[in-house]
Design a protein around this ligand. Structure first.
Ligand SMILES: [Zn+2]
Ligand SMILES: [Zn+2]
Length: 382
């Protein structure tokens, strides 16, 4: 067993304690006062040099023994989701309507575990530990890059994400595009409205919504022949009674794509679909795209060195993903500034069949050791 794995394993119980505290007390969004204070206090107690910012979370620095000018940035996210927990765990959320359903409590505990090891056994490289809020939809990574002292010319950035349905201990890697571009859309439909007895006289936004939804499925299937794209309608608000054809309606949803080219082809086709369907029904249709997160693009050389190291370790199974994940992550912004990588760490809890974000998802805490060890290996330099 690698020394770093042994050192991480020695912190397993300590990490479980912190993970369960965080799991019981989740906070959602970008300002996470209790979580920030808890993490900052834990790091300060370890004797580390800590910086906090209300919108940028907590960062800590560790001086390396053999710094070569390249700094290792290790990032964990801190935020929970607005989900009511249904796991029945004895350390389930005590905050109504909030749950660590994406596993960010595990990420935080892993990086705290790595910090504890590094406080006693410094890394080779200078290392910055980043505990970031607001990953889920607040672009917390941008706040970190703006407000934390990260003026680092030569650095690598690394993060991992637990995967609720992959075998515990499996590391899923991919060079280049690892996760998708993600955007949101709104479609507004408007018409004259009318009496329910005269559907032949006025266009019905409900008919338009049905046709648009069906066309989006057809077109995304067609475009996905060359490169996977997704356009999913997730919300429809049209009509409010039984005998009136509504005069307006709104659809909202998500799009995902794997390259700027396929993203723009998809958006072009969506504009066309909305215009064609609206015109045929003599309605007005407007599509608005709300820019989301860029794709997570791993540095191929960094990922290659990481995989090479991981494959030499016993008890770890490294799998290369054939397709990128259609999930999105704001760690993308770190990887736009520095080379590095994100990997998935399989963390399926016993009997769990739910994916990240489900209200009954259960993760395997034994992966805390592996997660901390991966962070330590990167801190020593790849
Ligand atoms: Zn998530
Ligand atoms: Zn997440």
């Amino acid at each position: 067993m690698n020394d770093r794995f042994a050192q991480a394993a020695a912190q397993q119980d300590w990490m479980v304690t912190h993970r369960r505290h965080l799991h019981r007390h989740p906070e959602v969004g970008i300002e996470l006062p209790d979580t920030h204070a808890y993490v900052a206090r834990t790091l300060t107690d370890l004797g580390l040099d800590v910086e906090t910012h209300p919108a940028a979370g907590v960062t800590a620095r560790v001086t390396g023994t053999d710094p070569n000018g390249v700094v290792s940035i290790l990032r964990a996210d801190l935020d929970a989701l607005p989900v009511t927990e249904r796991t029945g765990l004895d350390f389930a959320s005590e905050t109504p309507g909030a749950m660590h359903a994406c596993g960010h409590d595990l990420h935080t505990a892993m990086l705290l575990g790595a910090a504890k090891v590094l406080a006693d056994h410094p890394p080779r490289r200078d290392t910055v530990l980043v505990f970031q809020p607001g990953e889920e939809s607040d672009r917390g990574a941008l706040a970190v890059l703006q407000h934390a002292s990260l003026d680092l010319a030569a650095a690598t950035a690394f993060a991992l994400h637990v995967h609720a349905t992959a075998d515990p201990g499996t590391v899923l890697c991919r060079p280049d595009v690892f996760m998708a571009f993600g955007d949101w859309f709104t479609i507004e439909l408007a018409g004259p409205g009318g009496h329910a007895s005269q559907p032949h006289l006025v266009g019905n936004p409900i008919d338009a919504a049905g046709e648009i939804t069906a066309e989006l499925r057809r077109v995304t299937a067609e475009l996905s022949d060359s490169e996977l794209v997704v356009a999913t309608v997730t919300e429809s608000r049209i009509g409010n009674t039984v005998n009136v054809i509504p005069s307006s309606g709104r659809l909202r949803g998500t799009i995902r794509s794997l390259s700027p080219q396929s993203r723009s082809s998809l958006i072009d086709r969506m504009h066309q679909i909305v215009a064609d369907v609206a015109r045929a029904l003599e309605l007005q249709g407007d599509l608005t795209i709300h820019e989301g997160y860029p794709a997570v693009v791993n540095d191929a050389a960094f990922t290659g060195r990481l995989v090479e190291q991981l494959e030499q370790l016993d008890g770890l199974s490294v799998a290369r993903m054939t397709e990128p994940s259609m999930v999105i992550e704001d760690f993308a912004y770190f990887l736009q500034r520095w080379p590095g990588a994100m990997v998935y760490l399989g963390a399926r809890g016993a009997g769990n069949t739910s994916f990240n974000h489900a209200d009954d998802v259960v993760y395997d805490e034994s992966v805390l050791t592996i997660g901390a060890a991966l962070q330590l290996l990167v801190a020593d330099g790849l």
